[in-house]
Design a protein around this ligand. Sequence first.
Ligand code: NAI
Length: 440
Amino acid sequence: MKITVIGTGYVGLVTGACLADMGNNVMCLDVDEAKVAMLREGRIPIYEPGLEELVQRNVEASRLQFTNDIEASVAFGDVQFIAVGTPPGEDGSADLQYVLAAARNIGRHMANRKVIVDKSTVPVGTADNVRAAVAEVLAERGVELPFGVVSNPEFLKEGSAVKDFMGPERIIVGADSDEDVAVMRRIYGPFQRTHDRLMVMDLRSAELTKYAANAMLATRISFMNEMAGLAEALGADIEHVRRGIGADSRIGYHFLYPGAGYGGSCFPKDVQALIRTADEFGLPMRVVHAVEATNVEQKRALARKAIARFGEDLSGRTFALWGLAFKPNTDDMREAPSLEVIDELTRRGARVCAHDPVAMHEAGKLLAGNDRVTLADDMYAALEGADALIIVTEWKVFRAPDFERVKRALKTPVIFDGRNLYDPADLRDLGFDYEGIGRR
Ligand code: NAI
């Protein structure tokens, strides 16, 4: 099939490359000229395991191309996937300007029937808005052309995006025409090896499914973070509690890890957008409000531990920080807990020396304005002379460090572990003053 993907970010680039790998002809459009130039040279603007080879393979096979040319991209695909950003607006609601701009571009240049697929995470009712935007532009042009609108929210996870897209647990398709459903079945058929994972529903249910999934996952995290705080106060160990409740098949082990708070480009903004949607309809979601408020607090947990140990005034102190990306296997630092920790510590006069296995370039851009932060190319170099080590992201390389080297490098052997990577008893035996989240 001939497919256009609009937006070559984490979702659009993976979608385009995976669709091309299944034999489709894919054109990826982005308005960011530098990004397109980079992609044309075979360079990938983001870190995502397996993506570079996938893109290069499909570009070489002439199934995948990148462009800034809106007109050409609209002409190219019979199916137009919209995968542009939907960042939070000032009041927390999803900002739809990029989605609607993409929709209007399609209306402006289309000359035959198009299936327009919303892959971006968008509030309930957006498919109607996309339809209205396209219809309005067509009316301005004075032409009548058929088109369909489909909601196909994406559930890939950064860090395993290619694997997730290639082997999805489910594919949600919201549609109001059999013709469009048939197109989506054709596109996704090759991705469903063992059984039919495509779920067809109405547009609104599909749109809401994405928010419900993210809000549920965020709820589990905030619940565990709150429970970890209670465990600390009561002298219990959250790790025992986690295993004790996870064994219950109704609960399960996934997403039961307490930590430094959730970040990333999805959970925080999607939880906020859901809250706004519900508020708008006069049905405030109390649970989801609490999930958000708990997370805001939790992102301060590591800094609070440092303050409890070293005092409110941290001038003269230096902290080593391991992990800047919001989670392992990505360079994405949007809403990363590390930013919150760094902000709180440096505002109190401390210096921070940070290291991340892949997010150093991103960190360089985001932290350029903070002269109390230095970035170390090596995880051990970040420790030199620091008063404590703070672990924010659970990268594999941090799981089994050379503890003797860590101890030698630190001024005082203090570790605040926001991801509970180590056994507290082992660390104490090694001579560390070690604090995890909710650990005894
Ligand atoms: P991103 O910010 O990485 O990429 C968006 C891209 O769209 C940018 O390259 C931007 O230049 C481009 N763009 C903006 N307006 C455009 C236009 N009119 N025409 C062409 N290109 C345009 O965003 P990301 O992370 O890929 O997210 C996209 C959507 O997918 C969001 O709604 C997000 O919530 C959702 N999503 C994201 C996931 C993730 O893990 N990042 C997972 C599942 C859904």
